[in-house]
Design a protein around this ligand. Structure first.
Ligand SMILES: NC(=O)c1ccc[n+]([C@@H]2O[C@H](COP(=O)([O-])OP(=O)(O)OC[C@H]3O[C@@H](n4cnc5c(N)ncnc54)[C@H](OP(=O)(O)O)[C@@H]3O)[C@@H](O)[C@H]2O)c1
Length: 271
């Protein structure tokens, strides 16, 4: 029991402020609904410097305005998950743009795309582009981020994975497999950084009401960006390495993960 409890937590090693709160944040995917909610949740807790990095400044500006009204200084920089040769410069630009300068306490990977499986099955190029945005691009970007945080000697990387990656469903297998890859990468990255002062927290939400799911029938245990933000803030404060939203998924997915393939094939066809 003790080992299991320990496995969900790590030492909180960040410098942060005297109370251990995140003071500076870079959001990769600055217009994401979940990313915006997380940033908005962290600002009243002491996060005063935020960089929103993404493809479309006009979509990030309303998020920046909301954070400024809450008391943060906010900069907007360019980052495209698909532009792999540009990632070194994009990460440097995010650090350089941090209002007030100094260290980055946390980097949140909030970018991601989803699309109907039938469309992706009919369009292999679109499927590969989705994998680039959800997995290949984040791998490259987060390796650059990890180098910067190691140089600082502290920092948290928060990765928005998904329950979809815990056991891949036939109805969503390109997206699910991209999240499975990202989740495995994030766990390995976190393990490789143990003892450096840098940690990685993997966040696995279920269905979240956001731009990504607009118009879709909500799945069981559907939740909101604000609920994910609350769980992320709690997880950061507690030094967790894994966060499920809602927490019920931790137990549900443990059961789903061990179902025999034929049973899962029939069950997941209806999910
Ligand atoms: N919503 C859910 O049910 C759910 C559940 C589990 C996990 N997640 C994950 O949570 C994360 C946030 O999702 P969300 O619900 O907040 O969706 P969202 O509001 O649609 O946000 C997705 C973000 O990804 C950005 N993005 C897409 N492709 C990009 C690229 N090539 N380069 C840079 N940015 C790119 C989008 O920016 P643009 O403005 O440039 O398009 C947007 O800011 C995603 O990783 C998603 O997979 C979501």
């Amino acid at each position: 029991m003790r080992a299991a409890a320990f496995s969900e937590r790590e030492e909180v090693t960040q410098v942060r402020n005297a109370l251990g709160a995140i003071q500076s944040l870079v959001v990769l995917g600055g217009s994401s609904d979940i990313g915006a909610a997380i940033a908005a949740r962290l600002v009243p807790g002491g996060c005063r410097s935020v960089v929103l990095a993404g493809r479309h400044p006009e979509k990030m500006e309303p998020v920046a305005e909301r954070l400024r009204e809450a008391g943060a200084e906010v900069a907007i920089t360019a980052w495209d998950a698909a532009d792999i040769p540009g990632h070194a410069d994009a990460v440097k630009a995010a650090w350089d743009a941090l209002p007030g300068g100094g260290d980055v306490d946390a980097v949140l990977l909030a970018a991601g795309v989803n699309a109907p499986q039938e469309r992706l099955s009919d369009d292999p190029t679109a499927a590969a582009e989705l994998v680039t945005a959800n997995y290949t691009g984040p791998v490259s970007t987060l390796l650059h981020v990890a180098h910067r945080l190691r140089e600082q000697g502290h920092g948290s990387i928060v990765v928005l994975s998904s329950v979809a990656g815990e056991r891949v469903r036939q109805s969503n297998f390109v997206y699910g497999s991209s999240k499975a890859g990202l989740d495995g990468f994030a766990q390995g990255l976190g393990d490789s950084l143990a003892g450096t002062g840098v940690d990685v927290m993997v966040v696995r939400p279920g269905f979240v009401h956001s731009a990504m799911t607009e118009g879709k029938e909500p799945a069981a245990l559907a939740t909101t960006p604000d609920a994910v933000a609350e769980a992320v803030a709690d997880g950061l404060a507690a030094g967790r390495h894994t966060v499920w939203v809602p927490t019920t998924f931790r137990f549900l997915m443990a059961a789903f993960r061990h179902l025999p393939r034929p049973v899962w094939r029939r069950l997941s066809a209806r999910m």
